[in-house]
Design a binder for this molecule. Sequence first.
Ligand code: 4AD
Ligand code: MG
Length: 463
Amino acid sequence: MVRTKIKSALSASQPGETIKVCGWVRTRRDSKSGFSFVELNDGSCMANLQIVIDQNVSDYESTIKDVTTGASITVSGKVNESPGQKQRVELHAESFQLYGTADSESYPLQKKRHSFEFLRDIAHLRPRTNTFGAITRVRNEVAAAIHRFFQTREFLYIQTPIITTSDCEGAGEMFQVTTLNLEHLAQIQTKIDFSQDFFGKPASLTVSGQLEAEIFATSVGECYTFGPTFRAENSNTSRHLAEFWMVEPEMPFYDLNDNMALAESFVRTVIGDVLENCSEDMEFFNQRIDKTTLETLRNITENEFIRVPYTEAIEIVKSSGKKFDFPIDWGSDMQSEHERFLTEEHFKQPVIVYNYPRTIKPFYMRCNDDDKTVCAMDVLVPGVGEIIGGSQREERYDVLIDRMKEGKLNPDDYWWYTDLRKYGTVPHSGFGLGFERLIQLITSMTNIRDCIPFPRTPKNAEF
Ligand code: 4AD
Ligand code: MG
């Protein structure tokens, strides 16, 4: 018999039907009169299916004691209307088989609630918990919604390299890639030139697929990447990962305003899709993680984002009278505390800050006529701060070369990038969304390490 997933058993199976389900036992309760209730979960949804196994089922007496939390079983039986309020149906076992036991002394996931810190150390088992099952399903829906958003707007999904020689953000936060056998070299005591070690050339893990995406935007039109990116920044914060996923759309003939409009519509549409398609899991986050989750997300889908120029944003922060850990002045980068003040306390809504000082932004952003600012934009949201960074790109060859030199980059290393300005250059724009930061916003999880299956941080790279 084909296995029925618990999600569809609970929503669609009819009383009288015979079905087979498989999964991991959450709890077992034995009655005195010779039968047991088993709560079974298979990860397809938050809810467990209640299974009644009585002593007439063969092997009941010999096996039931091993059907403990964490054990894996398969059960065939009849669907019955459930006498309880909680669920529509339950399953009366006609036969069951124990696949694997889980020793209750040593099984790390006991019935009690575990801290997220503890669960991070057992990343191989945490998807079996309610919270991480829900995060996994929501992450899947967010990814699907992102592809739907771009595919329905005829953006092409493109793949950019992981190993690269260009430092898109110019921040020097790249992980070096090496083909050298370091152990061997240490043994023969050879001096290593780390700047020349990918088959004799320097190479790193990408911090962004943007520069390569620009190649495709200026040839096949609107496109987007969705892949892993890497930052060797030693930031032990609740919103930084060394390895995270980024979504980077790039659009020809878009100016900064078009870019901001797309970013806003993107965030609002994706969140709307998740609210609609993951209602059970979203209800869980609202009840268990943060009681304002649904209200915040509905507010985002229903209201337009605020747009403020950087200069005005700094004025608002400075004149608030609020004490911040980091003082701020025109020309300095906003810290997360300032971003969160703007979106959580001042506007109480997502904010797009644009036209940042050129001195704090990368070389590729288009210079404004004031000579002081660039066509940059950051989308800030409550609870997280920056989730999107983007800009209109510098399409003027001479200005771009000057900006590269200003940033101590050698234009010759980016000859292919500057070629795009030599041959048929066009105004174009794009942005990058931190996928895990969006998951953080949607689930209200306070630590970004809980928004990716296997977090890579300075402290954590075990699995
Ligand atoms: O603002 P960033 O650095 O922008 C870029 O990389 C551009 N090249 C994107 C583009 O225009 N195509 O990064 C974009 C977003 C940030 O807004 C943030 O959400 C996320 O990526 N991000 C991180 N997420 C987790 N951990 C980190 N260490 C992150 N660094 C950036
Ligand atoms: Mg940024």
